[in-house]
Design a protein around this ligand. Sequence first.
Ligand code: FDA
Length: 305
Amino acid sequence: MNPVRTLILAAAGNDAVRRVVATAPVSRDVVRRFVAGETTADAIDAAGRLIGDGLRVTLDHLGEDTTDHDTAERTVRAYLELLDQLHAVGLAADAEVSVKLSAVGLHLGETLALDNASRVCAAAEQAGTTVTLDMEDHTTTDATLRVLAELRRHWPSVGAVLQAYLRRTLDDVRDLADTRVRLCKGAYAEPPSVAYTDPHEVDLNYVRCANALLAGSGYPMFATHDPRLIEIVGERARWYGKSVEDFEFQLLHGVRPGEQRHLAAEGHVVRVYVPYGDQWYGYLMRRLAERPANVAFFLRSLVTR
Ligand code: FDA
């Protein structure tokens, strides 16, 4: 893995660095590029604007690695309020939610995470939409897939996320290819024993997994900003006889916004991942790690203030 990327992802787990970055006033400006705001109203506003531009959204209430019951409960309630509001303003048909199991209590126990995720799924159903379970670092993959399987017994449309950098993923894709699956490259610092570390190998595995998803009868969601992969997925989808309604592209809020609109204008279903909330530190660090230019942008804003 690129050493700058390794360093930034290490900082994502360092409490002292977190305190410095989170309290620097300048961080707010940088955060604003990637995060829609702090409140439910901010999230609804951002969703409304994107949906007005012909895009769909998946909303993520920021937070991860929750270690106490109160925080897990607050996270669940934030999702319930969000889903209620999405329904109230008539956006639920074009807006789903993304949930990290660690935010709703996975580290406090799988049963708690399942119970809490079930509450969010029930609220999503009531609102007229659904949920996708984000995928976190590889130590949580098995637990996340177990919780997913349980949730799908009641809510078959709950989405899974699989990460092309993990060596196991092609097998997981084959198991889940008849369901709703988001395929991404993967954003965590993973050891070579479980993950491809050469970006070229990750891309190759992304294409292998994309083919397996397109060969299945599920609904693949291709989460990438990589122009080459977007083109390959488009071509392979045509080869498999898929129509534009049979799959979607997904991109992150603030990343390649022009491409988001360009793909939608071509007739593709495009969903934008919109994070909101005040627990943005880990999310921001992963976005900085993905692109050295983002670090330069961050450092420049520190010195030009
Ligand atoms: P890559 O990183 O190679 O980037 C390709 C090009 O895209 C870059 O050259 C640049 O132009 C642009 N780009 C990419 N990232 C950028 C950034 N941060 N800022 C500016 N430009 C950027 N991961 C995970 O582990 N679990 C998950 O649940 C999810 N969920 C998820 C949902 C959605 C909708 C997306 C788009 C992504 C995720 N990810 C994720 C993150 C994913 O794993 C991956 O880290 C990023 O998407 C970056 O990888 P790309 O495929 O974009 O390629």
